[in-house]
Design a protein around this ligand. Sequence first.
Ligand code: M6R
Length: 632
Amino acid sequence: MCGIVGYIGSGGAKDVIIDGLRRLEYRGYDSAGIALMTDGGLTVRKTIGRIDSLEAIIKDLDGSSHMGIGHTRWATHGAPSDANAHPHTNGDGSIAIVHNGIIENYLELKEWLISEHGAVFRSETDTEVAAHLIGAFYKGDLLDAVYEAAAKMRGAYAIGAMAASEPDRIVAVRKDAPLIAGIGDDCNFLASDIPALLKYVRTIYLIENNETALITRSGVTIYDGNRREVKRDVFHVNWDADAAEKEGYDHFMLKEIHEQPKGVFETLDRRLGKGDEIKLDGISLTREDLLAIDRVYIVACGTAYHAGLVGKRLIEGFAGLPVETDIASEFRYRDPCVNEKTLFICISQSGETLDTLEALREAKRKGARVLSVVNVVGSSVARESDDVFYTWAGPEIAVASTKAYTTQLLCMYLIALYMARRLGRMGDEEYGRVVAELKGIPDKMRAVLESEGEIRDLAKSIYKNESVFFIGRGMDAHVALEGSLKLKEVSYINSFAIAAGELKHGTIALIEQGSLVFALATQDRLFDKMLSNIQEVKARGAKVIGLAKQAAEDDVKLFRRSRHGKGEPYRKQESGYLDRSADETIYVPDCADEVAPLLAVLPLQLLAYHIAKLRGCDIDKPKNLAKSVTVE
Ligand code: M6R
């Protein structure tokens, strides 16, 4: 949350910082500001609104300034306003800082600064407290002052600081909020995220927790918490700046939806070895390790949590290991039963979500082995995990997660299959069948995306609805949650998802004439049950849009409800069958029940996108949200 950019070089700081902030706007976008070193000292300009608003108020500033820091904000302490925007300064304006995170003891520090230093505050932010604190310790050396201030602060912070009397250095400090330094040619950079710097540099240092960085035009020096210099290997960014551009699409969200076949193909292709055996690069779990595990926890937030729900079914279904799933912000405060026999899997696109990171730390403290499924290489979650499995989705810029979700799902299939094979709980035939299904997914995804026109038409007929329900059973219940989240976050429609069988236990009271219900019915084994649930909501006046698999007519077979071949027989759903119950139906290509979430979510993502577009919403930057949530 919030974005930081800093630059020091021979000139042009203003443009570099504005350009970097534009690339970070997805992290927060309610206000923005810049501090530039000028002949007269520090010039600070800031405003409510987006980078365009900031650009408008700095037109008169000389572009030749050689250093500066900038910020794009997602409000935590104090509403979005000019006064609360960063940079913040100390009392006499001689020190300016930008900050991501939350300083938890800011009230205590504020009182101390008022009583001991007569500080006068102009904003409601915790960041201004940090600026005054650095100012209070400043005796001519910014690095010293930042050290002393950091020792007094509790909470999470990534800070970039400048002092008017030191025009040759930017000082940065980090605790639990991402921060990187970019290594340029006769210039150096500071940023909270890689995309901010890709236009200029690909060689970076990842600044670790409790480290301080001194950034000058000629170099970057990193110090640990005891002020000893740290020798840090450089990190080379191997993805392209273009990957973070829209490439002709109207929005990043749409581009990222269309990138899913490629993302899923790559995530899978890199992991299938000879004879289609799974190679889990980055994961060293042996059969012995797995035999020693008596419980798996999957913990994440938002969309990543929804991927975890599917992961639970897969690990339990394929590998027979008991799995609990939890929301990270709940897990860490409920004293979960975690010990050395626990495998803790956390899922995070950004790898910087503070709730997830803290849950991971809690699990580690209790002795669990930590395996993370992460998209951003070198992120905090990745660095603090025992094993990391990368999703290889490429940079995801839109706040609404799409390609990260499907690649997270794919990773869960691979992890579950790997466990099942290592534990000897899945035979060759079954394994071959599931892998073949997964290999077929990218082409089937392309087929779904080709029907975008029909989904756009459907969006036109429903975009004015102010309340929508998503129902489904089995895996579909989890996809329903994701479809609902996607719709609400980009279109602001009040949407609600529930397991279809649970409707009758209360929520059905909300169904009335004209209610719009999306009924996900991709699970053959639960198809008849879904048809009953559809009838229940239709009987109360709901309009139902069904989502099912397009099975070929001659493909109708008898299956059994248990994968072991026992239990009640059921028919594979027939093409067109849902048409007779639902008012409209969206079809995805036929596939096995287990892999259906990878396809079923696509029409829901497209619908959310087109509905939001028709409603005139700011799709890539929905209100009140930010891409990576680095506060609790
Ligand atoms: O970066 P993470 O995967 O840890 O983020 C978790 C959630 O904040 C994220 O998935 C969020 O729910 C998305 N905006 C949903 O589209």
